[in-house]
Design a protein around this ligand. Sequence first.
Ligand SMILES: [Fe+2]
Ligand SMILES: [Fe+2]
Length: 330
Amino acid sequence: MSVTATDEDRLVAQFEEVLARHDRVEPRDWMPEAYRATLVRQIAQHAHSEIIGMQPEGNWITRAPSLRRKAILLAKVQDEAGHGLYLYSAAETLGVSRDELTEKLISGRQKYSSIFNYPTLSYADVGTIGWLVDGAAIANQVPLCRTSYGPYGRAMIRICKEESFHQRQGFELLMTMMRGTEAQRAMVQESVDRFWWPALMMFGPPDDESPNTAQSMAWGIKRDTNDELRQKFVDMSVPQAEALGVTLPDPDLVWNAERGHHDFGQPDWDEFATVVRGGGPCNSQRIAHRKRAHDEGAWVREAATAFAARRARPTSDRPAPSGETVGTPA
Ligand SMILES: [Fe+2]
Ligand SMILES: [Fe+2]
């Protein structure tokens, strides 16, 4: 059935009304193609970030300093895998498949957050990532719980609960190190020095260089601009840095009583552009690792597909697998 011009006008009007009421758009609702494409791009990028984000911290699982730290880190990295899966499922409600999205990630046609292209050089980085990177993710993601697309917003509610836990475990790890030896305190400071600026870049380019922001806000996909979120993150991090006893590496960082916010310096946006284009310290390593894991998992996907196909057949048609005793009560 073709949609006439008047039908289309009516559908657009209905869609706009849903947005104006701050209601959710659901998978079966009509939506403009550009809205759908924007969501696919954003949700996929977000899902890929969760999955690629497992690598820098996963790097330290075998070298955790105690059983307790290892259990915490394992659980955290597994949470990130779960976040990726919720988000791929949300993207699938828009008519794309997870296979397709994975293919685009591996071939470099879809992006993930630039922060995960930086290396983790010490165990303090596990704490700093929890504190600053999960902290920035929370600042970005809490407003997304109210995003206009239903499945995305609902996934974000679950994810945010776990992200706040991640942030606390990172802060607690750093606090423990800050109460330790001089060498441990130096390790924390060095780690914060490396991650502070890349964490600020996580909010994206400044508003006047962010061409998609206005449309995303009009559609209710985004609720705040990049610069508003970056400001919120800086204001939140300063008292936390004081409590830890670390210095944030920005000579321009100062409280502005008139604005009621901190003034702060700008990250190196040329570096950001280089990392986004693929020239960061770990870009090729991250993608190569993801591709290897995907290739090595091919047999699992094939086995799961064959198993599902066998289950879908009527019982009488199923061959008895070798080693399985047929007819004996369990
Ligand atoms: Fe996550
Ligand atoms: Fe997290």
